[in-house]
Design a protein around this ligand. Structure first.
Ligand SMILES: [Zn+2]
Length: 224
């Protein structure tokens, strides 16, 4: 239907709220949508949408796209509609797909999908409640010590590497007692040291004092 012939363009839309038969819609928002549709300054926009997006002017001074009321001329109004369907206690912060499909039952505006997506991405409540499915840090598990353990029976090995070279060494092998003392022994070595080299260092620096270990702990749990 052609809008340009309608004489009511300079006055607010005269439709009654009861013309829209749905109690779920918020009356204030609905009134504002109708008000904005009726403003002269939004007419060009609606005419453009009429030719480009099949937006129709229907009896009762209403602009529709299929079964959805057309929201025009006000970003605050778009936010208001989105908030009504997403933020309220009743709405309960549904996801992007759910929010979009609910809003699209009642309203349309240009770029509605992107608008809702961005809105929800920026929703603080949703961000706070988001389940992190890709944690950057592995969770920390405590390792229960063996009761009555002797010093250096249970140990953890680690290396501090990339140090400035000193007397041909650039690395420190750290041997930490895990279950008894939490003491560490620091041994100078080279970063290129292999397992045989570590065994030799262990024999030389630890075994004479504490004997062989029963357990060697992994410093950090391994995650897939
Ligand atoms: Zn939210």
């Amino acid at each position: 239907m052609e809008s340009t012939d309608n004489p009511k363009w300079d006055v607010e839309a005269t439709v009654q709220i009861t013309d829209i038969d749905d109690n779920n819609l918020n009356d204030d928002i609905e009134m504002e949508v109708l008000h904005m549709q009726g403003l002269q300054r939004n007419r060009t926009q609606l005419d453009t949408w009429h030719s480009t997006y099949n937006v129709e002017y229907c009896p009762g001074s209403l602009w529709w796209k299929d079964h959805a009321l057309v929201v025009v001329g006000n970003n605050d109004l778009e936010r208001g509609v989105t908030s009504e369907f997403h933020n309220t206690l009743m709405a309960g912060h549904p996801g992007i797909a759910k929010t979009t499909s609910e809003i699209c039952k009642y309203y349309w505006w240009l770029g509605i999908q992107d608008f809702i997506t961005e809105y929800i991405k920026g929703c603080t409540t949703c961000q706070m409640n988001k389940v992190n499915t890709n944690p950057l840090k592995p969770p920390v598990y405590s390792i229960t010590p063996v009761p009555d353990a002797l010093p250096f029976q249970t140990i953890a090995l680690d290396f501090i590497t990339k140090l400035p070279e000193s007397l041909g060494n650039d690395t420190i092998l750290t041997i930490t007692d895990h279950d008894c003392l939490k003491a560490s022994i620091f041994i100078l070595c080279k970063e290129a040291v292999d397992s045989e080299g570590v065994a030799k260092l262990y024999m030389q620096h630890v075994i004479p004092h504490y004997g062989l270990p029963n357990h060697i702990r992994q410093r950090y749990p391994v995650y897939k």
